[in-house]
Each structure stands twice: as C-alpha cells, then as structure tokens.
Design a protein around this ligand. Structure first.
Ligand code: KIV
Ligand code: ZN
Length: 500
C-alpha cells in the first residue's frame, strides 16, 4: 500500500497569512501539537528572516520532537548558513524559475540559476543536512527548464524536490501531467506545495499524489499566503479514506489541532469547513437527521466518521427539524414528551423558524418546559446581581460581576479587548474553567442608536456538549451576559436532570 509523507508548513507559509505572527510560546505549542499529530516534517520558519525567527527555529529544532525540522532558505550563502546554524534537520532552498519571476525579481540567466541551485545543494549536503529544492512558480515554468533544473539538483545530491504551485493557477488534470512527467524523469522523491487562489489546492495535491508525488506540503486549516495552502485535514482524509493511501497522521487529533490554530491565529474556521468545521457532522434537516439516527452512513460519507477525526456528531435544532430528531434531542436532554406534546413542540419550532428566527436549543427546551409545566420549578443556578463595566480610551476594558451561584455569592473581575469581551470573560470566570463560549453573534434588530441587540451564543461544556441560547435587549453588554447565563443555566439544569 502506498505511503505518503506529510510536510507541514503552518509555521512558515502559514505564518505568511496576512496579519499573522506567532509569538515563540505559540510556535513551540504548535510544533508540539504537529508532532503529536504525526507530521513527518515541520517547516519551522525562515531563519534568515529575523533574529526572533532564527531563535524560534533553533528552539523548535532542539525540542527533541519525532518530526524532522526544516528551515526555509534562499539559495544565497548567508541564508543557508543561518538555516544551518539554526540546527534544523533539513534546509529547504528555493529560487524562481518561471519567466515572469526571473524577469521581474531575480534578473539572472537560467544557467546561472541552475548553477546557484547546484552550489547550494552541494554546500548543504557537505554540511551533512537533508536538502529540499523548490523551483518557485514551477507550474508557470517551461517544462523543459523545470526538468533540467530538477535533474541538475538531483545530480548534485538533493534529497527531495518540491513542485510549488506558487500562485495557485494549476488545475488537477494539468498538475497530474506535470508530476507524471517529472516522476518519469527523476529518481528522488517528489513533494508538492499548492496554493488555494482558485480553491484547487486540495484537489491539485490529491491529483499530484495519484500521479506519483511522495510527499504533500500542507497547513492546518489551510492557512498561508493570500488564499492559503492545501489543508492538512482534507488532503489526509482524502488519501486515507478515498484512496487507501497511508500517512503517519493520527487523524483523531485533527479537530484538536485545528482548534489550536484557530485560537492562535484568531481566524475562525467557517462552520461548513470539511472535516474540522462545527457543521461537518451536524444534521438539522428532518430527513437527514432521521436517517443518521438510524444509520449514520445514510447522510454522511460513511468512510469518515466523526470519531476518526476527533469530532462529534450533532443533531441540531432548526426549522427543518423533524419529529424524530426533536424527540431525540429532548430525550437526550432528559425530557420525556408524549406524541401530542411532541406535535405541539414541532409546530412551535417550525413557526419560530418561519418567522426568520435562528432556533436555539434554549427555544426548544423552554417550549418543552412550558408544556410540561416544569419551567417554574427550574431553579436557576446562576443569578446575576450586579454588573459594572469600565471602558474608555487609555483604559483596559474591565468588568466586575457579582452573582449568586447555587446559593452562594461570588464576585469576579476580568479584562477583555472590549467591554463585551471583558464582561463575558468575567461570566465564564465565575462559572469556572469547564465552560467556554465557542460562538458569539450580535445583530441589531432595529435601526438607530437605540437599536435592540439580539445575541446568539454557543457555550461548550467540559465534555464537549454545546448549548445555544439567545437574548435580546437594548444594552449590548447586559444582553450578552444574559444569553451566556441562560446557556450556562441550561447546561447545569440538563446535567441535574440527567443525573436524576
Ligand atoms: O509558494 C511557494 O512557492 C513557496 C516556496 C517557498 C516553496 O512557498
Ligand atoms: Zn507557498
């Protein structure tokens, strides 16, 4: 069975995402997580770029990880020395080979470029390191020249060549042909690096592997220059589950790794992202949910399960929800309703949806509780007494909340990037470390400065169960706090109910 190695460039091309710069402690955490995930090679950075970058690459190279550590370098001696000094296992050298880049950026003859590449490879090999060579903008380079330069570095002793689709313009069929031709010309392993300018990075990487590529360059969440690089999770799951091609990736850590990068970059993963997005295994429509409750493969790929990638299947509430699904959600939350009560609940949920409301778990449970006459009996675990928020220019937004939690008075203060953030940090601080806000959305319901704000939140508990709630009001801070407290109260209420 074919085996493909995984070269992760989250810390190098990924860090070239506009607006992203990882501090050293983040880089170390990311490198450790990539190692845990089973990545074969981690491109830790571009040592010549700055002193901080050099130190970071050197620190990662000395963490004692199982993954090999690679540093990027232009084919100039000072860059290569910097990479060698950073103590990486592999130096990844690159130079432009397409007409447009040669003419406008490096202004060297093609023969000079080949000679520089050969000298660089020989120097790195003389220093006892692994060497990867990239003909930058390979997919816009004349094929004859691409073969010539790659053969020259092969003869000079390079360990692996990379074929970058630097500006993301190749298509799967054409890339297949390029890799097939190179495969026929070269004996050394071939790696590919695809950018996502036209949304084809994953498909192109897939095609390249089918054509004989031995290694894939990818990033977590597909981050990278401009529209990013091929997503590790998507490429790996295509190889494993569709092609039966192995990698060393421990797929059960894919979601965990994706969430880490989401937190560290501040770039939210869209919920409909394949494999790792919140909706990847969520079902709202009645027909789908009914099928999935009986047999998950009815409306899921089947060849990938949530467990394989460290995800969870969720049956969610919404206006498309059907009876079975609503019944299952209620039962899972500890509510038992008869057929007539269920019909009333289904009708009310659809009615809410038709009015354009995003139907939340809280709506469903509140409707059920009113119907079952339980609502008044529910003792709220958290009651907010006082909220004070300080903000202004030259003041770090700070919030202080005084609340009764299960009968005892607690006060918590927190800071944030803004007043709402500070208030929400104080709320989650009050509740303890086992809840976190995974989604927060605020809309103005009416226009003008007296607009009513509508806040949706999703709160996740320590076992990964999520709960959505909504609140509306004229004060954005109090409305936000109210929505979170509602969700948390229901999490606590549901726990109590389930343990009865
Ligand atoms: O996109 C690209 O060509 C690169 C090279 C450095 C491999 O990132
Ligand atoms: Zn790139």
């Amino acid at each position: 069975m074919k085996h493909v190695t995984v070269f992760d460039t989250t810390l190098r091309d990924g860090e070239q995402t506009p607006g992203i710069s990882f501090p050293l402690n983040y880089k170390i955490q990311i490198a450790r997580q990539l190692d845990k995930l089973g990545v074969d090679i981690i491109e830790a950075g571009f040592p010549m770029a700055s002193k901080g970058e050099f130190d970071a690459v050197k620190t990662i190279a000395n963490l004692g990880l199982d993954s090999k550590i690679c540093g990027l370098s232009r084919i100039v001696r000072s860059d290569i020395d910097s990479a060698l000094d950073s103590e990486v296992d592999m130096v990844h050298i690159f130079i432009s080979t397409s007409r447009i880049q040669i003419e406008h950026t490096i202004k060297k003859s093609r023969d000079e470029i080949i000679q520089m590449a050969v000298d660089a490879v020989e120097y790195i090999k003389d220093n006892g390191r692994l060497c990867m060579f990239s003909a930058m903008d390979a997919t816009r380079t004349e094929m004859e020249y691409l073969i010539k330069i790659n053969k020259a570095v092969e003869n000079a002793g390079v360990d692996i060549i990379n074929v970058p689709d630097t500006v993301g313009v190749i298509t799967p069929f054409k890339f297949y042909e390029i890799i097939k031709e190179l495969r026929g010309e070269l004996k050394i392993p071939i790696d590919v690096h695809c950018h996502n300018d036209l949304g084809l990075a994953v498909s192109n990487t897939h095609a390249a592997v089918l054509a004989g590529a031995d290694e894939v360059q990818v990033t977590i969440n597909g981050i990278g220059e401009r529209a990013g690089n091929a997503s590790l999770a998507e490429v790996v799951m295509i190889l494993h589950s569709i092609e039966g091609i192995k990698t060393n990736i421990r797929t059960e850590y894919l979601v965990e790794t994706s969430k880490l990068i989401e937190r560290m970059t501040g770039i939210k993963i869209p919920p409909n992202t394949p494999i790792v997005g919140d909706n990847a295994f969520s079902h709202e429509s009645g027909i789908h949910a009914h099928g999935v409750i009986k047999e998950s493969a009815t409306f899921e790929p089947g060849i990938i399960t949530p467990e394989m990638v460290g995800h969870r299947r969720r049956i969610v509430i919404g206006k498309h929800a059907g009876r079975h699904q609503i019944k299952k959600i209620l039962e899972d939350a500890g509510y038992s309703v008869d057929e007539e009560q269920l019909s009333t609940i289904v009708e009310k949920i659809k009615d809410l949806g038709d009015k354009g409301k995003k139907v939340t778990d809280l709506d469903l449970f509140t409707i059920a509780e009113i119907l079952l006459g339980e609502l008044k009996k529910e003792e709220k675990s958290i009651n907010v007494n006082e909220v004070t928020v300080l903000t202004g220019n030259k003041i770090t937004p700070t919030a202080v909340i005084n609340a009764d939690i299960s009968g005892s008075r607690k006060v918590k203060s927190a800071i944030g990037v803004g007043p709402v953030d500070a208030a929400l940090n104080a709320v989650t601080g009050l509740v303890g470390k086992d809840v976190r806000i995974t989604e927060f959305r605020m809309d103005a319901i009416t226009g003008g400065s007296d607009a009513l704000a509508e806040v949706y939140v999703t709160v996740e508990d320590d076992v990964g169960d999520t709960f959505t709630a909504r609140s509306a009001g004229p004060d954005i801070i109090m409305t936000s706090i109210d929505a979170v407290i509602r969700a948390v109260n229901h999490i606590i209420h549901r726990r109590k109910k389930n343990s009865q």
